[in-house]
Design a protein. Structure first.
Length: 209
């Protein structure tokens, strides 16, 4: 019997995850059955269950994939000293995370924002998934703390604000942007960048204003 290459195994696994992601984004986690995933991925039950035991394992694998992309993006960008300003950094990290699923669509829309909303909802009742989501937030928050501290060391940011507070604010900003895309429709990352850039440019009021 011919040996299956690792590239083939990885491609098949990705095919299953993409099919599951489309289903979860379109119908929600609980309204999606494994039969739906089989149909979307165009694979047999045996082919899918060789990689994943069920929906819980599928959604956990999807979240871990996003985590890997976010971690890699932060590690690459924060090699710079000092790191790029927040508007640039947010754009690069978010573009990489969104880009990892840009080939997916559900009803003509990119699935990532709706998929993340489903993940947040499911994490509220699934302790295992909640642990994975906590890991994502831990990685992102720690990365932003390092960035804020680097800004402060370089004299780019005031030092009387705890770096952790800056980190939580940046995480919340990105979460809000993702939620807006899911609820209000897609928007380019540049919208978030422009808003951050405008806030960063604020100065005191002009005399007499």
């Amino acid at each position: 019997m011919a040996r299956v290459s690792q590239e083939h195994l990885d491609a098949r696994r990705r095919q299953i995850l993409e099919g599951a992601a489309r289903c979860f984004a379109r119908n929600g986690f609980h309204a999606t059955s494994m039969q739906d995933v089989l149909k979307e991925a165009d694979l047999s039950a045996g082919a899918v269950y060789r990689y994943f035991s069920g929906k819980d394992e599928l959604i956990t694998a999807i979240v871990k994939g996003v985590l890997a992309e976010v971690r890699a993006a932060f590690e690459e960008i924060t090699r710079q000293s000092p790191p790029p300003p927040p508007d640039v950094l947010v754009g690069e990290v978010l573009a990489r995370a969104l880009g990892s699923w840009e080939s997916l669509s559900a009803d003509g829309e990119v699935t990532f924002p709706r998929l993340i909303m489903q993940v947040w909802a499911e994490a509220a009742r699934n302790p295992e998934l909640a642990g994975v989501v906590d890991e994502v937030y831990g990685v992102v928050t720690t990365a932003w703390i390092r960035v804020a501290e680097a800004y402060q060391d370089a004299g780019m940011m005031r030092t009387d604000i705890p770096a952790e507070h800056v980190a939580r604010t940046m995480v919340a900003t990105v979460q809000g942007f993702i939620a807006q895309q899911s609820l209000l429709g897609p928007a380019p990352v540049e919208v978030l960048q422009h808003g951050l850039r405008a806030l960063m440019s604020m100065a005191g009021p002009r005399p007499g204003a």
